[in-house]
Design a protein around this ligand. Sequence first.
Ligand code: C5P
Length: 233
Amino acid sequence: MTTIDPKIIVALDTSDPVQAMEFSDRVSPELCKLKVGKELFTSAGPQLVESLVKRGFDVFLDLKFHDIPNTVKKAVYAASQLGIWMVNVHASGGEAMLSAAREGIDMAGNRRPFLIAVTILTSLSDNDMQQLGINRSVSEQVEKLAQISFDNGLDGLVCSAHEAGLLRDKFGLSPLLVTPGIRPEGSSVDDQQRIMTPQQAMLEGSSYLVIGRPITRHSDPAQALSDINQTLV
Ligand code: C5P
C-alpha cells in the first residue's frame, strides 16, 4: 500500500497480463491505483494481482461477487489474502450475503480491504426494472440497496458521479463513492452515456474515479494521468 492516496483508479481492461504489467511499468503507485476486473482476472489469475500489489499498487479487485452468503464470505476472504486494497459485491445479493461478505473481510484482520457494493448496474434502465418485476425507478432502487449495504457494514458503493450528490445528501460523508464514466475535457466519450469530468465528479462527492481508456489508450499514459491529477489539486 502507498502512503499517499491517489484518487484515480485506472481500469486495466485487457485480457493480456503482459500488457497490464507493461502499463504498470509506465505509471507509479503514487499517481494511481489499479482496477483488475473479470476479463483480466479470468485470463491472468491471482498471480497478476499479487504482482501488481508487490509493485506497491493499491488494487481494486472488481469481481462483483454475487452468490450464497457462505460462498461470498469465503470468496471475499480469499480475495483479501491477495493483499488488495478494495473488493466489491452486488448489493442485490441481499442482507445475509452482505453481512457474510463483511464477516469475510473482517476475517482478514489488519489486511482487510475496503468492501463496496454495486447497487444497480448503470447499463440498466427504468424499463429493465419493470421487466425484472421491481416496481421502483432505478434511482429509488439504488437508494434502497445503498441503505441495505450500509446497514450491513459495507464501506461504500460503485455509482455514477451523477448519483454521488444525492447519495452524499442522504448518507453523509463517510461512505466511499467510487465512480466510473469519467472523461477529461476533450477526450473521446467511447461507449459511456452519462459522463462527467474528473474535477466535476470530485465536486459532486466522488471519493475515487475509475478511468480506463482516456489513460490506457493514450499515446503517453503517464502524461495523461499526470494531466488529470493536475486538474484535481
Ligand atoms: O474506459 P472507461 O473509462 O470507460 O472504463 C471504465 C471502467 O469502469 C471499465 O472497467 C468499466 O467496466 C467500468 N464501469 C463502467 N460503468 C459502470 C461500472 C463500471 O464503465 N457503471
